[in-house]
Write a protein that binds this ligand. Sequence first.
Ligand SMILES: O=P(O)(O)O[C@H]1[C@H](O)[C@@H](OP(=O)(O)O)[C@H](OP(=O)(O)O)[C@@H](OP(=O)(O)O)[C@H]1O
Ligand SMILES: Nc1ncnc2c1ncn2[C@@H]1O[C@H](COP(=O)(O)OP(=O)(O)O)[C@@H](O)[C@H]1O
Ligand SMILES: [Mg+2]
Length: 336
Amino acid sequence: MMNNANIKRVGFWINDLKYKKLGFEKFKTICWNSGLELVKIDLARSLEEQGPFDVIIQKLTDTILYEADQGDPKAQQKVCRFQEYICDHPDVIVIDPLNKTTQLSRNRYEMYSTLHDCASDITKLDTELLVPDFVELPTIDVTRNKAAIREANIGYPFVCKPRSADGSENSHTLCIIFNEEGLRDIRVPSVAQKLIKHNAVMYKVFVVGDIHHVVERPSLKNLKPGDYSSIFFHSRDVSKSTSCSFLTKLDIEDQNKALIKPDKMTLTKLVNKVQRKIGMCLFGIDVVIENDTGRYYVIDINYFPGYDGFPDFLQVLAEYILKRLHTKQMPQGRTD
Ligand SMILES: O=P(O)(O)O[C@H]1[C@H](O)[C@@H](OP(=O)(O)O)[C@H](OP(=O)(O)O)[C@@H](OP(=O)(O)O)[C@H]1O
Ligand SMILES: Nc1ncnc2c1ncn2[C@@H]1O[C@H](COP(=O)(O)OP(=O)(O)O)[C@@H](O)[C@H]1O
Ligand SMILES: [Mg+2]
């Protein structure tokens, strides 16, 4: 252990559930052994009194930002206190800045638009990485939605996602629309997206700065059009390692299809491109590989996800913080 003058202070704000899931109690010890003092920030008090901080880790999009967006004055005050401290102390390393993390959580349509640009850049580099066709549905007007779906070349069935991905229960409740009749079930505002047939396997790519780890997860089965009622589902019921839903059980005729395993280099290129575009360090990318074409599609990006299955995540995070303190630079994504 080094002497106290050399210890760097790392303030953090994540909600209590995330604190428990990630084992942040253990993270305190890991940090301390690396010369870092981990301090939980109390957003109900002045941050000035609790500082100084050399580094701040935050997931305000969980709970607080959502409450602030709903008009809760206490939550709004907390966000202001946080932002004021960051403005008054521009040297503090923020992992990751609030304006960047909110760009992912407030609006899926904008997130997909950002990625879409990114995807075309990647195509130029001979690697096919795409975002499934998508369109914003701001209205419940069936005629207008029918036209929007047709113009965006989305087809049926498609998946409809709440525009906001703010972490609320509602934001993770998605819907599969099988036919024009189902357009009556659309809740607004939503983003409609083409369904990619991917044999019910998804890859979560968890990123910590310049390191990433890929985890296989269950996912939606290959769905066919038909005279079916719309299906609402919570994403946790189809894409957690323990998920067990009829929506993830392949139909008999799909069960013998060979699974395309992800190519490491392709995923590395994808991570680099996305990271350069969004300028963040702690995030996860949901990737599916299309059965018939082998194309990689990005269907979701999450800020500071659960990292379930990422080996020694807390150790890697501590090392990343040390690296940032050493270089004092924003991540740009690797150049390989
Ligand atoms: O709470 P919000 O802000 O919505 O963020 C959630 C959590 O980070 C989840 O982690 P955990 O469940 O461990 O808390 C994460 O799951 P993963 O870690 O499985 O990626 C979700 O990714 P999605 O499952 O893609 O929504 C992400 O949306
Ligand atoms: N375009 C798509 N094609 C096929 N399956 C999809 C598509 N979009 C989402 N899914 C399925 O729905 C799940 C949840 O979608 P996602 O956009 O990741 O929402 P959330 O933010 O709640 O995680 C994914 O894990 C995947 O199984
Ligand atoms: Mg997801």
